[in-house]
Every structure is written in structure tokens, then in C-alpha cells.
Design a protein. Structure first.
Length: 256
């Protein structure tokens, strides 16, 4: 769809509309890119690199960025705000606001990923090489058709990276603890987890990050007795369901 739009759309208004329309789907793809960098979709490295190129055009996250920044960084340090690559505390110990956190995590994602890669030179080398290839191809697309490249690739990449950072604000913020079962917020709503590949079972994901996303509900059930009630949150779908229920009750009361 993106490349069809890139080659055939000529109206600026259609380009703007396409960019805005695809913002949410591409944001959701960020969750699946996250899962891929924990557990690759294909056994073939060639197919994985090809997939990662297209993931990058949707999400702004290139090969191995989350492997380094997230898997080998954040997952090991999320209980230590002095080290966490996705830290939610300022240096003075106070809590960042959502906007500050979003900008901080998004703008530091690549340098922090590269920094973690110093301990893993093979992964860092792949991160650099395939990142350069991705941005070289993006540059070629931009030179060929700069306006279409801006709205179909560049802006979505920036927006998805910002959206990813924004979406992770609630994962751990405010949870001062050394207990991994008390260090993550969870969303158990079925629709949220269907769209994000069970990312709502966040404590289970941190408990065993190598577990495939499809197994997270089962893992969550096995450890949920250790998760405090305060670490279970409602999703936007729960809120909509509550609003619908309240509206139905108001209608019934009015009829009565």
C-alpha cells in the first residue's frame, strides 16, 4: 500500500490524508516489530533482514535497535532508574511527565542502543550496517520523490517512534520497587492484547522475555498471584465498554 501510494499519489491532500489515516495501524505495527526483535519471525536471516527493512519504514526502528536498547538494556535495568535505557525518572529522582519521557526515550533511542552495543560488537555491527542500508534506501526514495517520501515514509517513521515511546510511559512509571512482579503495569483486555500481540501481559514479558508473545497469557496466569492489584490497569477498550454500559443504564432509567 505504501509503495503504491508513493508511486501514484499526486495530490498533497491525499498524501496528508493517507499519512494521518495510517498513523494508528503503523503505530500498532511497532508492537509487532518489538516482538520480532525478541523472537525472529523467520529462521532465514535474509528474510528477517528484509522484514526489518519494511518494519523500519513503518516504525522508525531499524535492525537490532530494540535488541540492544530494549532486550539487552531496558529488560536488564528496568528496576534501576540510574541505568534503565527507558528510564522514567529524572537524575534528581523525580518523575518525568509523559511528554518529557516520550521525547527523552525517542531522541535517545539510537545513541543508547549504540552504547549498549559496545558490549555486543556483533549485534552492534549489524545494527550499524543495516541501519545505514535502511537510511541509504530511504535517502534514494526521498531524492526520487521528496514530497511523497516525506508523508509516506519519513513522517510515519518519526511519529511511530514517538508513539512507541509514548505508549511505554505507563509500563513502569511510578513503580518504585526491586521486585520484578511489582515493577510493571499490565492490561489484560482481550482486544488490546489481540492488537498488540499480548503486550499487555507486561510482567510476564519481563519475567521471561524469551517467551514467544503467543505464550504470554499462559505465563501470566501462572504468575498472576504474585502481581499486586495496583499493577493491573484498564485499557481504552475497557473505558469505552464502561461508557457504553453507563449510557445503556441511563437510557433504561430514563425510559423507566
Amino acid at each position: 500500500m505504501d509503495f503504491t501510494a508513493y508511486f501514484y499519489l499526486e495530490s498533497l491532500w491525499l498524501l496528508v490524508g493517507y499519512w494521518l489515516l495510517m498513523m494508528i495501524p503503523k503505530g500498532l505495527i511497532s508492537a509487532w516489530n518489538h516482538h520480532h526483535q525478541h523472537s525472529h519471525v523467520f529462521k532465514s536471516n535474509v528474510l528477517n533482514r528484509i522484514l526489518e527493512f519494511f518494519y523500519a519504514l513503518h516504525t522508525g526502528v531499524t535492525t537490532n535497535l530494540w535488541v540492544l536498547h530494549h532486550n539487552l538494556g531496558h529488560h536488564r535495568n528496568f528496576l534501576d532508574q540510574a541505568k534503565d535505557e527507558s528510564r522514567w525518572k529524572r537524575a534528581n529522582g523525580s518523575t518525568m511527565g509523559m511528554l518529557e519521557y516520550t521525547l527523552n526515550v525517542a531522541l535517545t533511542a539510537y545513541p543508547r542502543g549504540y552504547q549498549v552495543g559496545k558490549k555486543y560488537p556483533k549485534l552492534q555491527k549489524q545494527f550499524v550496517i543495516y541501519g545505514l542500508i535502511t537510511f541509504a534506501l530511504l535517502t534514494a526514495l526521498t531524492i526520487y520523490n521528496p514530497v511523497n517520501a516525506l508523508f509516506i515514509f519519513i513522517l510515519p517513521m518519526i511519529c511511530s517512534l514517538l508513539y512507541t515511546a509514548w505508549a511505554t510511559y505507563g509500563h513502569h512509571t511510578g513503580l518504585n520497587t526491586e521486585d520484578q512482579f511489582s515493577g510493571s503495569h499490565n492490561i489484560t483486555d482481550k482486544w488490546f492484547n489481540m492488537l498488540t500481540g499480548n503486550l499487555g501481559f507486561h510482567t510476564a514479558h519481563h519475567f521471561k522475555q524469551g517467551v514467544h508473545w503467543s505464550k504470554l497469557p499462559e505465563l501470566h496466569d501462572s504468575i498472576k498471584h504474585k502481581i499486586p492489584e495496583r499493577c493491573i490497569r484498564k485499557s481504552v477498550f475497557d473505558l469505552f465498554a464502561k461508557l457504553r454500559k453507563d449510557n445503556r443504564n441511563k437510557s433504561r432509567n430514563a425510559s423507566a
